[in-house]
Design a protein around this ligand. Structure first.
Ligand code: HEC
Length: 143
């Protein structure tokens, strides 16, 4: 009987836990992934969003819109980085607010231009790169 109650309690805890935990645990991403994301960020994003991602001056050769601060994305969303929303913005599958023109490159295309990517693996590699960048961004969000 005691074992029965214990397992009932366990089942209850397991069912309650997902509601209180973060939907995606990007709080403690693997350091190697974060490091590769930082490298990708420095190569592809820093020139517009700033080396520390706090927003940049416009790359006037490309456009005149000032790139936004990317360290406040979690704060803007109630404390959790909205991973898949941001993913879609970066990959280009989500068009940004209507009143804005798309000044930002479509990264699913840009990151696929790298040399040495064979066609079959292209999508997987690009997804991995974007996710690594997001893992890095998740570590530099303001509280
Ligand atoms: C050529 C400049 C430029 C580069 C390079 C660039 N961005 Fe942007 N980004 C912008 C601008 C400008 C905006 C504001 C929206 C717009 O006008 O398109 C933006 C918006 C965003 C947003 C939405 C922010 C919000 O507040 O909702 C995210 C996320 C983002 N960029 C991530 C990235 C990442 C990650 C990279 C690198 C892979 C990158 N950007 C590279 C210019 C750039």
């Amino acid at each position: 009987m005691r074992a029965g109650i214990t397992s009932l309690v366990l089942v209850a805890v397991i069912q309650i836990a997902p509601a209180t935990a973060h939907a995606v645990d990007f709080l403690t991403p693997d350091q190697a992934i974060v490091n590769s994301g930082r490298v990708q960020f420095e190569k592809n994003c820093a020139r517009c969003h700033g080396a520390d991602a706090t927003g940049g001056t416009a790359d006037t050769k490309v456009e005149t819109v000032k790139a936004p601060d990317l360290t406040g994305l979690a704060k803007k969303s109630g404390g959790t980085l909205p991973l898949w929303e941001v993913y879609e913005v970066v990959s280009g599958s989500k068009v940004l607010a209507e009143h804005r023109t798309r000044a930002m490159p479509i990264w699913s295309e840009e990151l696929a231009k790298a040399r040495g990517i064979n066609k079959e693996n292209k999508e997987a590699i690009v997804r991995g790169r974007i996710l690594a960048i997001l893992a890095y961004l998740s570590t530099i969000q303001e509280k």
